[in-house]
Design a protein. Structure first.
Length: 148
């Protein structure tokens, strides 16, 4: 095994963690990357959320990183910055009108809450929900944020 010098490449363990946050949050997992998708944003995001949280679906790195690291204040700062730079920015870029950052974060709170209850806590109603009705309900909920 080759030695790996964290300080040489990242400056510190915190620098390494910041790089991990950027790497994990940069790719779009649920929120579309192309601005101007406001019309379809609620449906596209709801469909992605239902598919990505279905039983047996691939784990979502960004959410797991948030869950495991948020208790550490400095890690929470780095995660917050990553969310603002990547996920919230993508969501807000798809919104028209006022308060786009607040509305984007409300949408992200809905995504994180459903992910947590459906995959980590595994509440029966959400875990066993049929994909089509669940997608419709989530689309309606997200539409309130998107269309405000």
């Amino acid at each position: 095994m080759l030695p790996f010098d964290i300080n040489r490449y990242f400056g510190s363990k915190e620098g390494l963690f910041a790089e991990v946050v950027d790497t994990v949050f940069a790719p779009p997992t649920m929120v579309p990357a192309d601005p101007g998708q406001a019309v379809e944003l609620a449906r596209t995001t709801a469909e992605a959320l239902v598919a990505r949280t279905a039983p047996g679906a691939e784990h979502l790195g960004p959410f797991e990183l948030m869950l495991r690291s948020a208790a550490n204040p400095r890690a929470a700062d780095l995660i917050r910055a990553g969310i603002e730079r990547h996920v919230r920015a993508r969501f807000a870029a798809n919104l028209d009108g006022t308060d786009v950052h607040e509305r984007a974060e409300l949408g992200l709170a809905l995504l994180a809450g459903v992910w947590l209850l459906r995959t980590v806590i595994a509440t029966p109603a959400l875990q066993e929900a049929q994909p089509t009705p669940l997608t419709e309900r989530l689309t309606q909920m997200l539409a309130v944020v998107v269309e405000s």
